[in-house]
Design a protein around this ligand. Structure first.
Ligand code: TNX
Length: 475
């Protein structure tokens, strides 16, 4: 039975299929499940009730994100270790409902491999409004992802209102790659995103990328610049030319103000402070900046995440998470930098550029996308790898999870986001959720299930790429 990510255990039962009818009802046994019940009821166009119904949602078991699902002609029962677990059971059920509104008899027991299963959206190179982000949240929930990392700032745009530094949005938000105007989230917009994400058990992971990737901030405030002169706003796609000044006291006032306001908006545990490609920052300045900025973020009660270059510092706050983004065969010291987080007691999020980057072209003919990660990334490449075999010295227990970033230098609309993300994001989601396999994964193991998921994507209007390696149904 076709489910992505593949459940831990799935057995067909000899009983008859469940049939959704006008009499079907979603019953929730605990008040804490009323929201999930309403969500399922709406998806299936079925009423909900605390008292009666043959689709039963309940809390049971002790794996918070785990669930058990049983379907037969007599009804459907989803028991989860928490409302999140029930929600994941509901995502499985969505994929099991066939076009004739039946569900074949089945028994499933399931729980995730990793605690962190993420997608990232770069809203800095191109800005995407609240509705686009909500749509992407809907898309990723279907795959049981539980984190959405928002890359909120970069050279080309600053996308979040910060009251103490209003020109960040007054000036810094006005640009985007290629020109044509920018945009930003007001604090209310941002709260709306956080709340919407929470309703599908997704934690928003905000990133303020520093000390490089900061031209938008530097263009907004002359006094942040070493020479006191604001650079021009930037709308190209080069990286590595901007830097905050590690030796200016004002820099740390800025960092503290921004991170304090951000932490106030952030119920989740993480603040991502970037640290990648700071090519215009000297080694000494980089180490000084990372130590102080990470210290500020940690002092706000948050767990710090940094791109793996931050592992150049040996003075990271306890538990700092490294975010690995180099190749699946780490090159030029990048593996050592990632390992440094583990040596300092932290864990890693794994996002190899040549496997998990959703902004790589599918093949040479893909109009959107980049090719720096050893050329295009065809869909099978996004599936045939193991997060625990990427960084030498970093095994399963040191991995917090996986994430698939979508950088948006070339991506401008939600349809284009979906086209680049799907189906590759489904492959990465399976690596994050489904049990580790002893043998290397082969694309054939997921190809047919992708074809089946394509039917649901069609029904949902998701603009996925019809990869030639999959025999898609329909038209
Ligand atoms: C590298 S990956 C970057 C981004 C670019 C991306 C394009 C990383 C941490 N930095 O600034 O957008 O490549 O694929």
């Amino acid at each position: 039975m076709p489910v992505i990510p593949l459940p831990v255990q799935l057995s067909a039962l000899p009983e008859g299929s469940y049939r959704l009818t006008d009499a079907s009802r979603v019953r929730f046994e605990e008040a804490a499940l009323e929201g999930v019940a309403a969500y399922l009821g709406e998806l299936l166009s079925v009423p909900t009730s605390p008292d009666e119904g043959d689709i039963v949602l309940t809390l049971e078991g002790d794996e918070p994100e785990g669930y058990a699902l049983r379907a037969s002609e007599n009804g459907i029962r989803i028991g989860g270790g928490s409302p999140a677990g029930v929600f994941y059971g509901v995502q499985t059920l969505r994929q099991l409902v066939q076009e004739n509104r039946t569900v074949e008899a089945v028994e499933i027991a399931d729980a995730p491999r990793y605690a962190y299963r993420g997608a990232m959206l770069d809203v800095a190179r191109h800005f995407f409004g609240v509705d686009d982000v909500k749509r992407y949240l809907d898309d990723i929930a279907l795959l049981k992802l539980n984190h959405l990392h928002l890359h909120l700032t970069d050279d080309q745009g600053w996308r979040l209102q910060i009251d103490a530094w209003p020109e960040l949005t007054g000036i810094g938000a006005s640009t985007r790659v290629g020109g044509g105007g920018g945009g930003f989230y007001t604090k209310d917009d941002y709260r709306e995103i956080v709340a919407y994400a929470a309703s599908s058990f997704v934690t928003i992971v905000p990133e303020i990328d520093m000390p490089g990737h900061t031209n938008a901030a530097l263009a907004s405030y002359a006094e942040l610049n070493t020479d006191g002169i604001a650079p021009e706003p930037y709308e190209g796609i080069e990286v590595g030319f901007s830097s905050l000044d590690s030796n200016k006291p004002l820099t740390y006032d800025f960092v503290r103000d921004v991170l304090t306001e951000l932490a106030d908006l952030t119920p989740g545990p993480y603040l991502h402070i970037g640290g990648d490609e700071s090519l215009a920052t000297t080694d000494a300045d980089f180490l000084l900046f990372v130590r102080r900025a990470a210290e500020i973020a940690a002092s706000l009660g948050k767990t710090v995440i940094g791109w793996h270059e931050m592992g150049r510092s040996r003075e990271l706050p306890p538990g700092t998470i490294g975010h690995y983004w180099n190749f699946s065969d780490p090159r030029e010291g990048n593996g050592e930098h990632a390992l440094s987080f583990v040596e300092q007691g932290g864990q890693l999020i794994i996002s190899p550029g040549d496997r998990a980057y959703l902004d790589m072209k599918y093949d040479e003919s893909t109009e959107l996308g980049l090719v720096w990660a050893d050329g295009p990334t065809p869909v099978p490449d996004s599936y045939e790898w193991d997060p625990a075999l990427i960084v030498p010295g970093v095994g399963e227990e040191h991995i917090l999870g996986v994430e698939a970033p979508l950088w948006t230098e070339t991506v401008t609309t939600i349809d284009e986001i979906e086209f680049m993300a799907f189906p590759r994001l489904a492959c990465v989601a399976e690596l994050g959720w489904s049990p580790r396999t002893d043998a290397p994964r082969h694309f054939e193991e997921i190809a047919q299930r992708l074809a089946r998921l394509g039917g649901l994507w069609d029904a949902l209007g998701v603009q996925y790429y019809r990869a030639p390696e999959v025999e898609w149904g329909g038209t």
